[in-house]
Design a protein around this ligand. Structure first.
Ligand code: SF4
Length: 279
């Protein structure tokens, strides 16, 4: 644990997320200097400061490319990235697909409260249609992004959802995500008690929550996961939606393999020239 005390509003769901991360990291047993925690900008992006690890509170929406650079520069580090729904799916939305297709071995935790909290309650990409906020005084006309379907459609190897309504379950899910060898995504329905809607507070979330394990969902079944993910917004399924039973190689492993091949073969410069000189 860090000595820094969080300055989130009393009751904010992000307190539970930091607890879940403490528990997961303690169970995994990696020393603090072996962990790097990267975030963007937003209330939830303060989280690296509240954990004992290398932390980098970067710029808005750019947690993922920076986390990717850190992982490629030092593949032995355990790299976590975190942020809010606006940071991840609006400003940084273009980055997710590329980390997934490369299978960068990091865990990305989104604290999804369907609002911009830090800047005082604007409509976010996951706000429900019809939502009234200071930037949508007559109700939003936009359909929300579905974070679960978004990452499943791009082929993420590990996709899960957690909630402060089940702290033990959240810690177990985060631990499983961190242990997955490849890009892992965990959407945490984390209530904003100051600007969030009534239905997105703990009581409302409990009313719509359902454990994926309890309904017998098989996390190896990607199509079933996509089917269940369509209930985002009306049902809160908790646990692992999808876990690739045969994870493909990670990008950093492929890079090391390529480096080893090149060090034994023809000089890379000659190979590159061959590509440009037509014979
Ligand atoms: Fe949490 Fe909302 Fe307060 Fe931000 S504004 S600290 S998200 S309760």
């Amino acid at each position: 644990k860090s000595d820094l005390k969080p300055i989130w509003c009393p009751g904010c769901g992000d307190y539970s997320v930091v607890q879940g991360i403490y528990r997961a990291l303690a169970a995994i047993g990696r020393a603090p200097h072996e962990v790097a925690f990267i975030s963007g900008i937003g209330c939830s992006s303060r989280i690296p400061g509240y954990t004992t690890a290398y932390g980098f509170n970067t710029v808005h929406g750019r947690a993922l490319p920076i986390a990717q650079g850190i992982k490629l520069a030092n593949p032995d580090l355990l790299v976590l990235a975190a942020g809010g729904d606006g940071d991840g799916f609006s400003i940084g939305g273009g980055h997710i697909a590329h980390l997934i297709r490369r299978n960068i071995d990091i865990t990305y935790i989104v604290m999804d409260n369907q609002i911009y909290g830090l800047t005082k309650g604007q409509l976010s990409p996951t706000s429900q249609k019809g939502r009234t906020t200071c930037t949508s005084p007559y109700g939003s006309l936009e359909n929300p992004v579905n974070p679960l379907l978004y990452v499943l459609a791009y082929g993420a190897g590990f996709v899960a959802q957690a909630s402060p309504t089940d702290l033990a379950g959240m810690a177990a899910t985060l631990e499983e995500a961190i242990r997955y060898p490849g890009f892992a995504f965990v959407n945490v329905q984390s209530p904003c008690v100051t600007y969030g809607e009534e239905a997105q507070q703990i009581k409302g979330l409990k009313a719509i929550s359902e454990s994926l394990a309890a309904i017998g969902h098989d996390p190896a079944d990607r199509l079933a996961a996509m089917d269940l993910a369509q209930h985002y917004g009306s049902k809160m399924h908790l646990g692992v939606f999808y876990k690739n039973p045969e994870p493909p190689p990670t990008y950093d492993a492929l890079i090391r393999e390529r480096q080893a091949q090149l060090s034994q073969g023809a000089p890379p410069k000659e190979r590159i020239l061959d590509l440009f000189i037509k014979k």
